[in-house]
Design a protein around this ligand. Sequence first.
Ligand code: ZN
Length: 493
Amino acid sequence: MDPWQDIAKLSAQEHQALQNRKLHHFINRHLYPFSPQYQQLFQKHNIDPRSIKTVADLKRIPFVSKKDFIDPDNPRKNIEFVLQPDALKIKKHWPLPELLKLKALALLKGADAVKEKLGREYRPIFITFTTGTTEKPLSYLYTKYDIDNLYTSGSRMLNLFDIKSTEHIVNLFPFAPHLAFWQVVYGGLSSCALILSTGGGKVMGTDGNITAILKMRPSVILGVPSYVYHVLRQAKEENRDMSFVKKVVLGAARVTAPFKLRLAELLASMGAKDVSVFGTYGFTEARCAWAECPSENGTSSGYHLYTDKEIFEIIDPQTGEVQGEGEDGELVYTSIDSRGSSVIRYRTGDFVKGGITWAPCPNCKRTVPRISSDITRISDVKDVHISKVKGSLVNFSNFSLCLSEFKEIDEWQIELCKKDNDPYEVDELVVYITCKDNIDKTTLTSAVKNKLLVTTEVSPNHVRFIPIQEMVKRLELETANKEKRIIDKRPKV
Ligand SMILES: [Zn+2]
């Protein structure tokens, strides 16, 4: 039985006591004894695992990040993060009462029963991969224990969205070994709601997805923001009725307030009144996701955390100093209830404005801490999201924010290239736009140029208007797992 309803009512002190207790237990019973990576790290830095008793003690443990999973000389480096118990390690690290329990099981049901019990807890049975745009995908392993946790976080998310088991759900996330798709599948199953996972555009095509939605008449639609928007826009063009939709849940990408409002407007124009649009936050390394609760569209409650499953710290990305409540910084994740691939003090590379609040949620009154939903990726300066364009360092999430504010623009794409395709020439930035026919393109072009210059200090060289069919192909909306919003065609020299 999931204790979520009780956890959501604990006082701040009770949450912290729960986290302290679970952290100490997790490190001493599971992580230190069975994780080759962390045993080595603790020994190298002379950290006694028994001395880690509270969240405040975490700061004595060095951070890990994606780069710790990659070693050119060791292709199986990521396996060192997987908990790997054996009889010897168990004997050495587990307290006597736990060992006696295993002994009693062996006496009553045989040695195989012990093997089976430990196997169910620790044997990897499922894999998802990271979805980095530039890095090699990394695999994360789940045991049966972690799959149970995936069910738990899924049902907690549906509970936060206030989705009832009688509701129908259509899941448009792309079918792939990625967290988002499976989190939704398990969430649906654990809540006993009727859910159709179409596999997204690649599996069923946009026509197929629209047909499925019209047949299922779901009150809930889930998916990647750009693809959900694409499907609904096409449905609108076909004059479809979407009056049955009540909630839209978006994941695997940042969701801004203007985008939420826009999606709600689009649905309202197809008969769906008062639709709630939710954002979610999750990442492969946590093997779960977090949710907003219902709030007025255009606002966000923040993502509600699970204090029995993880600890989040906010740090200054430059100094590594832990920030106070409500302060901006990089999100650092510590698991306190996982098996399989397990991380503590994991630098997510995600920057959150507004940090974490411990104040009870003004909307749902749950007392769990919440992360602000204003999250952008900072992980890698080499990543296409932050890059030097025309000599200045540009954060591309600002482009996204800026262009999504233009109601006249249906879709956009940014292309970076070199003038005349000459690698030694200057950078060129081209904005491709799809808009409605009745829009004055000259006025829109100068408005876009001005706004981009003010927001990002970079002005596009060209603004080109293209038809929607060409845009869908350029963005790979129907074929890729993530749309190609920004393409960098500059040769790497
Ligand atoms: Zn809430």
